[in-house]
Design a protein around this ligand. Sequence first.
Ligand code: SAM
Ligand code: SF4
Length: 318
Amino acid sequence: MKDSFGRKINYLRVSVTDLCNLRCKYCMPKEGICKRDHDDILTLEETEEIIKVFVSLGIDKVRITGGEPLVRKGILDLISNVGQLEGIKDLAITTNGLLLKRYAKDLKNRGLNRVNISLDTLNKNKYKEITRGGDLTKVLEGIDEARMVGLSPIKINTVLIGGFNDHEIRDFVNLTVKDNIDVRFIELMPIGEAQNWAIENFISNDIVLDKVRELMKIKGEDPSSPAIYYKMPEGKGKVGIINPITCKFCDYCNRVRITSTGKLKLCLHSDDEIDLKKVIREGKDLKEIILKEIYNKPESHNLEEGQYIKRNMFEIGG
Ligand code: SAM
Ligand code: SF4
């Protein structure tokens, strides 16, 4: 499957719910969100059908996300069914890790390959503060369990927030030294709840290289990854730097997204969406429509000009 710029599209990110068991301050409103009507959300059968069509068109990498994917009822069955599709080479999930201790083994047994865990602080009280009530111990236990059952390499995604976790950068980097864990620092984006945050909260990822001078750039990494990877001298894992705003990896972009309401998003940073739920419910030819739309994937985002999307991250899945 190629778009009009010749980019091969082989990566699909699928959000299975908007709901979450946390309310991270930059992502979810304080009061949480209202549950959508059942009918607004793709059923797991519809989700599976859409993924199946994408895989038949050349998608070989699928990531399940949310909201929090592990709170969606039936998630293990979806993982099993997607994992069995011929053509899937990589099936992963992005989670806050709270339920990972409970689910890691089952996820592995059902065919999940890898897990990304979002974690912005290693301090118990600060974790509770930023997530509005989350228990860090549960996440750390989840990470251990995931490693034990072989959901590897484990990637920890850390959103850098000025004045909140910038002094923890070295602690996060140190996680990559003794274990095969990758840590990726992501710049906070002014979308969703973070739209009105103070300018001091938005810091450049350059701070990571300033604070940890020993980091060495790794050559020859996959250009379709948004991260630039580094390594500590004796490190087992890698340190990734993701600059969503300043770094344009659009030329190598290989991904598209599906929201839990069945909207196909060709670019994370565009408000344009195609309603695949309608297509599937009206019995139209999903394959034909997907192929046509993929061809129209936009060339690049316009974040430098301050054009941010209206949707929240919990609706898209990151
Ligand atoms: N609940 C899961 C989790 O937290 O991993 C999956 C969904 S969450 C929306 C996906 C990612 O989006 C998380 O790593 C989160 O930190 C990130 N995110 C949410 N809002 C963001 C923002 N304004 N800027 C940067 N990253 C954001
Ligand atoms: Fe939930 Fe993930 Fe958003 Fe935090 S970042 S509120 S865990 S969806």
